[in-house]
Design a protein around this ligand. Sequence first.
Ligand SMILES: [Zn+2]
Length: 336
Amino acid sequence: MTTTQTGDDDRRYRPVPVLHPARTWVAITEYGNAASRQPSSSLGLGAAVRVGDAVLRCPPTGMAGEAERPRMHRITVGAVEIVSLYDEAFLFDPQRVWPDAGAGIEAYRNQLEPDGQLGMDCLCFLLRAEGQTVLVDTGLGPESNGQLMDELRAAGIAPEEVDQVVFTHLHGDHTGWNLDRQSGQPLFPRATYLVPKGDWDDQTTKSQPSASFTRDVAPLRLLDRMELIEDGYVLGPSFTAIHTPGHTPGHTSIAVTSNGEQALILGDVFLTPIDVQEPDWSSTFDSDMDVARTTRHAILDRLETSGELVAPAHVRSPGFGRIMRVEGRRVWRPVS
Ligand SMILES: [Zn+2]
């Protein structure tokens, strides 16, 4: 998804940073050039507070699946430990995410919030193999009161331990915790930041790169902390970059292989379990809908065939699952 506020990629969606209690929802209030502001009273979950243009939603304590829901979550694939790290949550109008869905969205009512909004989490993933620590994506960042750094701390991982930060793509909800806002220095002081070349080229050839790119990514080159990566780039013995374009030109997933097991850190190839069942519904988040649809089908085919673990960036925390076929239909099956 793209979530920053200016630039060609960013005009369609404008999440607004909000103050942060235990858990927040960032209500997406604008799509395209048309504003779609939601009165806080229309939001069905718990308290709602308007902060500037944002509507902050705090699920009521005790709501099933919310207040008690664990955040970071560990799983192992062979000798690799994968930790899902929660940064933030979003709400969207599903009709605006999938304009072609029409009344078809009603079939998925049980996957929406009680008020009909579509909830997504913003997750990052930490990969640990012997001698190597990799962080996949860096969330929305401090302006949204994202929790990535707290999650890392709670997981017992110091920023200095991260060897590589790799981006699935360069939308602002994946690059927010790159740099310290005061010092301008990398928040992961030892890390090399691995940037998909297709996205770098896309942003650097635009007349107006996205605000998040200018803030979070472009300085990495001046700091000499960046390396451009393409399909097949080997991060280490267990981790390989795979070009999965469409959401953005250079969108990249990270394949994990260890001791005969495998997993895929997916990024935004699909955003929700609904996309798994409706892969032909175009998402307005995708920069090239046709390429994204082709990639989505290919990856879902792979995941169903292999049965491997998959970790998308925006499926609700903890964000691990598998693709299975049930009664002839492909579905997301969460793993915890
Ligand atoms: Zn995203």
